[in-house]
Design a binder for this molecule. Structure first.
Ligand code: BJW
Length: 233
């Protein structure tokens, strides 16, 4: 089983989604904040937004949806979670097999590419904005995949391998951002039974074999009560 998660799974933890009701993009245009061009033209503004989000995430805890998925990865070595989220709540819930397609909000990288290895910094707020690279003292950036940037080839390969599964479930994603959104179709083509858990209809609703309309934090615990994994992790 492979589970693709999006911002909706973290909504019950208090983290705003991007496009839904109260979503981040309602107040900030993605093109203004989540592109290399935006960062190039106004790093202070982009850092201010990320610092606000880091503080928000720091005050939040994994919810029962994250906990159920972590338990499933612990119960079966054939259960993998692929997430688009950068909040690391799956990590904090103890998820065993996790692929983070868009990076982590807690990691930073050198903007000028001086060769510094991306580093982790959990200060929230950050002591210095815009943040700087410890190696070259130049500008640092969030180590997050912005629009128009390539995802890690290793992560995409791992996610595509995870599409060779019996069941593929998309949880709390609007399924509009690629290449993540394409994984559902890939799993379906490989023979997986596909399902979606979402409070709304999405781009994927008409494509999946089963649509479970409702909140992840309600439906995942209900499934958990009825799931038994035969291949133990
Ligand atoms: C609940 C709920 C509850 C609420 N329970 N549900 C092919 C076709 C077309 C375009 C492209 C393509 N390939 C590439 C592109 C370009 C682009 C793209 O996809 N654009 C589309 C918008 C059209 N993709 C890229 O640029 C990617 N790079 C790439 O492919 O490189 C190669 C390339 C480049 C250019 C051209 C061609 C090839 C990179 C994408 C990076 C995305 N980054 C972001 C921002 C990260 C930074 C950050 O977090 O600050 O990642 S965008 C944003 O969207 C974020 C998310 O991870 C991502 C997905 O959003 P998600 O998780 O689905 O959230 P929402 O808010 O949209 O949906 C939440 C859902 O939850 C809703 O449905 C609610 O109903 C639901 N919900 N509460 C259950 N309790």
């Amino acid at each position: 089983m492979t589970v693709l998660t999006g911002a909706g799974i973290s909504a019950a933890s208090g983290i705003p989604t991007f496009r839904g009701e109260g979503g981040l993009w309602r107040h900030f245009r993605a093109e203004d904040l989540a592109t290399p061009e935006a960062f190039q033209s106004n790093p202070a503004l982009v850092w201010e937004w990320y610092d606000w989000r880091r503080q928000k995430v720091a005050s939040c805890q994994p919810n029962v949806g994250h906990v159920v998925l972590a338990r499933w990865t612990g119960q079966s070595d054939r259960c993998t979670v692929v997430t688009q989220n950068v909040d690391d709540l799956h990590v904090r819930a103890g998820t065993a097999r996790l692929i983070r397609l868009h990076g982590s909000i807690w990691e930073l990288a050198c903007w000028s590419g001086c060769g510094a290895t991306p580093w982790r910094d959990e200060h929230a707020p950050l002591p210095e904005l815009p943040a700087t690279c410890p190696r070259c003292r130049g500008l640092a950036r969030p180590a997050i995949v912005w629009f128009g940037e390539s995802l890690s080839a290793d992560d995409v390969s791992a996610a595509r391998r995870a599409c060779a599964c019996d069941v593929f479930i998309a949880v709390g994603t609007s399924a509009v951002v690629y290449p993540a959104a394409g994984l559902l179709q890939e799993a379906s083509s490989a023979g997986a039974f596909t399902a979606e858990i979402n409070t709304e209809t999405t781009a994927a609703t008409s494509e999946v074999d089963a649509s479970l309309q409702g909140a992840a934090e309600v439906i995942l615990p209900q499934l958990d009560e009825r799931v038994t994994f035969r291949h133990q992790g």
